[in-house]
Design a protein around this ligand. Structure first.
Ligand SMILES: Cc1ncc(COP(=O)(O)O)c(C=O)c1O
Length: 453
């Protein structure tokens, strides 16, 4: 039985039910099972209104890096708030934006020199798509009106981003008539990320995938403005971990055919996959790089689209030529968000964040390998501090029927045991903040094991 809520929450939930439309939610579900009130954040935990403390095993939609309400991030917010809350960014600039690019530049591949600000991951992707198309157009490649993308990709919920995400699912299929023209490429999952890998035939699978990638470019390469991918980890598509060799091949083919490579590190950026950015594990550089989520340590909405000098110069002209990039949002480069992002990057300098994340990842790996023995688990896998597996019915070995809402029920039961997890369909995953003490992560995996029994 869920613990009871303190009195004011009964009225608040009535108001919530009457007026608030929650994201990614069939609102009818909330009639019987209202949203969970959260009243605080403390390190890797969320504090619920019913008094329970739960480990944030999904980093609050993959955003939180250093823990909730981190004192240094909150102090940066307060300091900046006392100086300047917000200002239009067209025709104006400010110290936190300049400091942010100064701090981030040395961590990026050297070819990414130009930074465009916006305020969420989907928009960072929209910006990259529009920039790629306009740059191609302005250098005489106006026939490049399509994009390439990976099957099972996810790049956000605005129409442009939906257009380059996976289409054959319930979230996006209905928007098909409204979307960009996009060609999709299938890449295999990488069995080397699995804890009990079966590597038989892997070399052949990789060779076939490489060949498929080359053929894709031979047939489509001259019509694509850009190819977009989540490097190494397709998160919302079901924590699909794909091989760095194919990312390197993708780079090579983009170069060969004059196609810009957009890497969407909205989720993989800032240490999640074991390196500061995932793409460095393939030894490549993108032409456009989208960042958000962990950029502010998970505190405020902010995103960046980094571009090369070559792309930037496609827009550089006398005003009358009409080549400028005419895109912007009211809260572009919000100073408060930029100041918190600087404080988050400063933490990476001041504290061994990446080393702690490596220790956390190692503990998660050994805990996950014990979970791997559970009959309700298939294909346990891990990259950095993102562990995933498929949930199956132990009696049949098959996925639970969608209508049983097994993942949703597991999520609700886990909350009662002090853990926030939120499977994506039959994909169970665990992605706590990088600062999570390894012992807490181990406990969380024990909780999952107990709940599956
Ligand atoms: C890889 C990737 N790109 C883009 C987005 C969209 O970001 P936002 O939700 O901030 O719009 C997400 C969100 O989960 C994502 O995982």
């Amino acid at each position: 039985m869920p613990s009871p809520l303190p009195e004011p929450w009964s009225d608040r939930l009535d108001i919530d039910r009457a007026h608030i439309w929650h994201p990614f939610t069939q609102m009818k579900d909330h009639e019987a099972d209202p949203p969970i009130p959260v009243v605080g954040g403390d390190g890797c935990d969320l504090l619920l209104a019913n008094g329970n403390r739960v480990l944030d095993g999904i980093s609050s939609w993959w955003t939180c890096l250093h823990g909730h309400s981190h004192p240094k991030l909150m102090a940066a917010l307060e300091r900046q708030g006392a100086k300047l809350d917000h200002v239009i960014f067209a025709g104006f600039t400010h110290e936190p934006a300049v400091e942010l690019v100064t701090r981030l530049r040395p961590k990026l591949p050297a070819n990414l020199t130009r930074c465009f600000f916006s305020d969420n991951g989907s928009t960072a992707v929209e910006v990259a798509l529009k920039m790629a198309f306009q740059a191609q157009l302005q250098k005489g490649q106006g026939q490049r009106t399509r994009f390439g993308a990976l099957h099972m990709g996810y790049h956000g919920d605005t129409l442009g981003a939906v257009g380059v995400g996976e289409l054959d699912n319930f979230m996006t299929d209905l928007f098909r008539p409204l979307l960009l023209r996009c060609e999709r490429l299938v890449v295999p999952e990488d069995p080397r990320r699995e804890l009990n890998p079966n590597l038989g035939g892997w070399e052949e699978t990789l060779a076939t995938a490489r060949q498929r990638l080359r053929s894709f470019f031979e047939t489509q390469g001259n019509e694509l403005a850009a190819f977009i991918a989540e490097p190494l980890l397709q998160a919302a598509g079901g924590m699909r971990m794909w091989p760095p060799e194919l990312l390197a091949e993708l780079r090579a083919q983009c170069d060969l055919f004059g196609v810009y490579l957009i890497l969407d590190e909205v989720m993989t950026g800032f240490g999640r996959t074991g390196s500061f950015f995932a793409h460095s594990q393939a030894g490549i550089k993108p032409d456009l790089l989208c960042l958000s989520k962990g950029l502010t340590g998970g505190t405020l909405p902010l995103s960046l689209t980094w571009a090369t000098e070559e792309i930037y110069h496609c827009f550089w002209a006398d005003y009358a030529e009409g080549k400028a990039f005419l895109h912007g949002h009211s809260y572009t480069a919000n100073p408060l968000a930029c100041a918190v992002a600087c404080a988050s990057l400063a933490l990476f300098e001041e504290q061994p964040v990446m080393e702690q994340a490596a220790r956390l990842g190692a503990t998660m790996k050994s805990a996950w390998s014990r979970l791997a023995e559970h009959p309700a688990i298939r294909r346990p896998r891990i990259i950095g501090t993102v562990a995933a597996a498929q949930l199956v019915d132990p009696a049949t070995g098959a996925p639970h029927p969608a209508e049983s809402r097994f993942g949703w029920r597991l999520h609700r039961r886990a909350l009662e045991e002090g853990l926030l997890i939120r499977p994506i369909g039959d994909c169970l995953y665990f992605m706590p903040p990088l600062s999570t003490p390894p012992a807490r992560a181990k406990e969380a995996v024990d909780t999952i094991t107990y709940l599956l029994k």
